[in-house]
Design a protein around this ligand. Structure first.
Ligand code: HEC
Length: 297
């Protein structure tokens, strides 16, 4: 197949590259071959030293860790389908593909990467059966405060078990979610422990609020991840992620309608049909998608 640079490079299935990492030692068995892979980015961790570790997978399959300079990894954004090249070597948590400079090309955005495996926090005591898979731990509560610069956060699951969540540098200095969230991410082994590299936080009460959104016809014009007549909620939340008045602005849009912020198509005023408490819950739910952007920064 023809790559972006015009050179011929055969793609290797991700599972065949993963087979070249020894599961026991985490060391690469083959550090000489340059592999080209195609997959969807599930999560990314920008580390304090401006290095980035991304997890690239084929839907429903375990992810390949890809390690390189944060600048080279800038297009390794969750839900992007990418091709990239590199040789196997050491990553921060075991073997990883060493990202070759200039090798990333994006072939699609907004790709779904399959159903998340649903587990409770206690599962992370030994996540080896789902190593590298897209996982969801529901109703996780963080210890109050701000995310630190080390990217390591302690949290508790609904089952009372403690867990360690790894977050990207974009989260540093931000308040942790103030209510229980479902944490989506990729489990990785760090020394003798399992940590969850977070790619998405969604409100634990999202299902309940989605029922309101269905009832109030929001989904006829919006989808959280893709553009319909209205903008994807993920992009709305990313745009307002640093805006202290975001909730008020979104509530006002629902009440009074609006036009021109996302294009020439207007959103109708829905204040007469969506009461204030619902507008607030909907705005909080939409803004929870900001973590997609923050956790990739
Ligand atoms: C008839 C189609 C339609 C419906 C129904 C609709 N929207 Fe919208 N929505 C839009 C369009 C179009 C825009 C972009 C408007 C603009 O450019 O300012 C938008 C924009 C938004 C924004 C971004 C506002 C901003 O300040 O940037 C939010 C949030 C939003 N809608 C939430 C909702 C919610 C919640 C509901 C259900 C209660 C809903 N929308 C129902 C079409 C719709």
């Amino acid at each position: 197949m023809v790559t972006a640079t015009g050179a011929f490079a055969a793609e290797t299935p991700i599972k065949d590259v993963l087979a070249q990492i020894d599961p026991a030692s985490g060391k690469a068995k083959d550090g000489a071959t340059e592999f080209t892979v195609r997959g969807i980015v599930a999560a990314k961790l920008v580390l304090p030293d401006n290095k980035a570790l991304a997890f690239v997978l084929e839907a429903g399959q375990p992810a390949l860790p890809v390690f390189g300079d944060a600048k080279e990894a800038v297009n390794l954004i969750p839900r992007n389908e990418v091709t990239l090249s590199g040789k196997l070597g050491d990553g921060p948590f075991g073997g990883a593909l060493q990202l070759k400079a200039g090798s990333v090309s994006v072939s699609a955005t907004n790709k779904p990467f399959g159903i998340s495996e649903l587990r409770d926090a206690g599962f992370l005591k030994d996540a080896s059966s789902l190593a590298g898979r897209w996982l969801q731990v529901t109703n996780v509560t963080f210890a109050p405060g701000k995310f630190g610069t080390d990217g390591i956060a302690k949290a508790k699951g609904a089952d009372g078990a403690e867990m360690t969540v790894r977050v990207s540098q974009g989260a540093a200095g931000r308040e942790v979610p103030s209510e229980p969230v479902n944490v989506f991410g990729v489990p990785v082994k760090v020394g003798s422990e399992w940590h969850l590299v977070a790619g998405r936080f969604l409100l634990g009460r999202a299902r309940e609020i989605q029922n309101v959104a269905t009832k109030r016809t929001c989904f006829t014009c919006h989808n959280p991840d893709t553009k319909l007549m209205g903008p994807p909620y993920r992009e709305v939340a990313a745009k307002y992620r640093n805006d202290a008045d975001a909730i008020a602005k979104l509530m006002s849009q629902m009440e009074k309608g609006g036009v021109g912020k996302w294009g020439p198509v207007p959103m109708p005023a829905l204040g007469a049909v969506v009461p204030p408490d619902e507008r607030k819950a909907l705005a909080e739910w939409v803004m929870s998608y900001r973590w997609d952007a923050v956790l990739a920064e």
